[in-house]
Design a binder for this molecule. Sequence first.
Ligand code: AKG
Length: 305
Amino acid sequence: MSAPPEVPPFEGPELDAYLARAGVDAETEAFVRSLAERGYALVDLGDEARTLIDRAVADTDRIFAAQPGMNRIQDAWLRSSAVKRLAAWPKVARLLRAAYGRAGFPFQTLNFLKGSQQGLHPDSIHFHSVPERFMCGVWIALEDVRPGAGPLVYLPGSHRLPVMTMRDAGVNDPRPTPEHYATCFVQRFAERLDAAGLPEERAIIPKGWAFVWAANLAHGGSPLTDPDSTRRSLVVHWYFEDCLYYTPMTSDVEGGRLSLRLPANVATGGWTWPRRNGRRVYPGRNPVLAAVLKRVFRRPFVAES
Ligand SMILES: O=C(O)CCC(=O)C(=O)O
């Protein structure tokens, strides 16, 4: 058996040869090439998924209704089997397998009721892997996205920029914090995007379609120009097997101190143990404890932003 790739094939220089070897169908090839060229790809999840979406919306609307003013539910998959099934949708798993050359697994879900209005950011500062870039986001429209509802905004091609670490952002601290992110990273990242001069686009997509982004693609939520308008969506974050998983925002990557994670595996309901070259790596006591405690309390976390 050949070793898994150290670079996601769609991010690497040998894509044509990889695709020829893999012998994928036309839809898969278009998906992989879109990720390579633009850093994102669109997927129609199909009518079965649209039926399931109605159940997921009913489940999450109940949680939102119980907490007026709240706009985000983290890990509703722990409470809703419809969210859980959508998060691990087989068509998405198959396409990602082709793009990354490794099996993927969803590790977290976020449900939004309205647009998030989040600033432009790459997921590679929130979740990353060793080897790098084995992470992606899958944004599923749970209703048709209207232009005034704060659609997802993104900069095609920004995935090719170098991954920005906290040190790159000017944080000279071996233990960076979310405060450093807010005070340094956000500004430095915005400057980098300005310098790159890439155009902005918005994802105005129908219910049941997914927008898949590469780990380093700059994306966020555009302003809500119609404040009453909902924009129900499910964001699923995926990792890939045989990697280490960590939180870059609180890591000193250059200094070799990673905040390792023990990610949940939404598909199996368990966890996926970090591995390097086929061998298990112990992520440390705190990540294991955090993962277990989260499961014991089982309540999906509801937040305002
Ligand atoms: O849904 C949005 O508006 C943005 C979501 C996002 O940026 C994320 O989950 O990383």
